[in-house]
Design a protein around this ligand. Structure first.
Ligand code: ADP
Ligand code: MG
Length: 258
């Protein structure tokens, strides 16, 4: 297989406005299978909108996005974004696992039921199989003893680990995170980052919007720095963190690291 074939996500020249506000102004990047991409940048720079565009929670205005070799949308000659057929859109959405800052667990379902819900309802897996897979995932994330607990009985870090298990239960090609630790205190942040590190070691493809610079520096193999809807700089962590000649990157990192 060539490198081209292994590209699992291709984002090209993506633009998005909210009214007059241009939130994404020509974003292009690629993510290869097994790659760990960290997206960093100040608040309001368009990181979440970009992720939401890839996960189809937000419609993009123009450009193109390709997931696992299939176009989610492209732009025709008139500049209009043309989205794939709804069945293709749905299939592509299933290729993405999503973990957000807020956990969104179903409060009335047990931890195990939270994880088996989508495999049973969406993938039509049989219940026994879904429960077995759910228990395997919970064990892996150190949460097997909480299978019958309810979300309110768990700490934030535990809830976030359950949301990761829930995303993994759909066997996604890419696991997408939007600031997964920013609602957690430092101790709980550590336990979530540890799980993410383990997934990275298992070659899970990950797209991580984060302001955990330690994660970006130590786990990611590629870092994108975004500001005001454009990619200011991208490269290996050592390029971006230690050898940048971009003033804006320097300012951002200085502010963050104090
Ligand atoms: P980030 O995740 O980098 O903080 P966002 O993608 O959330 O940035 O937001 C980028 C900009 O778009 C911000 O100015 C935000 O206020 C604006 N924005 C985001 N979502 C919407 C929306 N649904 N309607 C209008 N403006 C929005
Ligand atoms: Mg955001």
């Amino acid at each position: 297989m060539s490198d081209q074939d292994r590209m699992i996500l291709r984002v090209k020249d993506v633009c998005k406005c909210f009214g007059e506000l241009e939130v994404l102004r020509g974003i292009s990047f690629e993510l290869r299978e097994g790659g760990i991409l960290a997206v960093i940048g100040p608040s309001g720079s368009g990181k979440s909108t970009l992720l939401r565009g890839i996960c189809q929670l937000e419609q993009m205005d123009s450009g193109s996005i390709e997931i696992c070799g299939e176009k989610l949308f492209y732009t025709d000659e008139s500049g209009q974004a043309i989205y794939a057929h709804p069945t293709v859109q749905k299939a592509l959405q299933l290729k993405l696992g999503m973990v957000f800052q807020v956990f969104h667990l179903f409060p009335h379902l047990s931890i195990l039921e939270n994880i088996t819900e989508a495999p049973i309802q969406v993938l039509k897996k049989n219940k026994k199989e879904a429960r077995e897979q759910g228990m395997r995932l919970l064990s892996k994330l150190g949460m097997a003893d909480k299978a019958d607990a309810y979300p309110y009985q768990l700490s934030g870090g535990q809830q976030q680990r359950v949301s990761i298990a829930r995303a993994l239960a759909l066997n996604p090609a890419i696991l997408c995170f939007d600031e997964p630790t920013s609602a957690l205190d430092p101790e709980l942040t550590g336990e979530v980052l540890k799980v993410m590190l383990e997934l990275a070691r298992e070659n899970m493809t990950m797209l991580v919007v984060t302001h955990e610079m330690r994660f970006a520096a130590e786990v990611a193999d590629h870092v994108i720095f975004m500001d005001e809807g454009v990619i200011i700089e991208e490269g290996t962590p050592s390029q971006v963190f230690h050898n940048t000649n971009q003033q804006r990157t320097k300012q951002f990192l200085q502010k963050l690291m104090g």
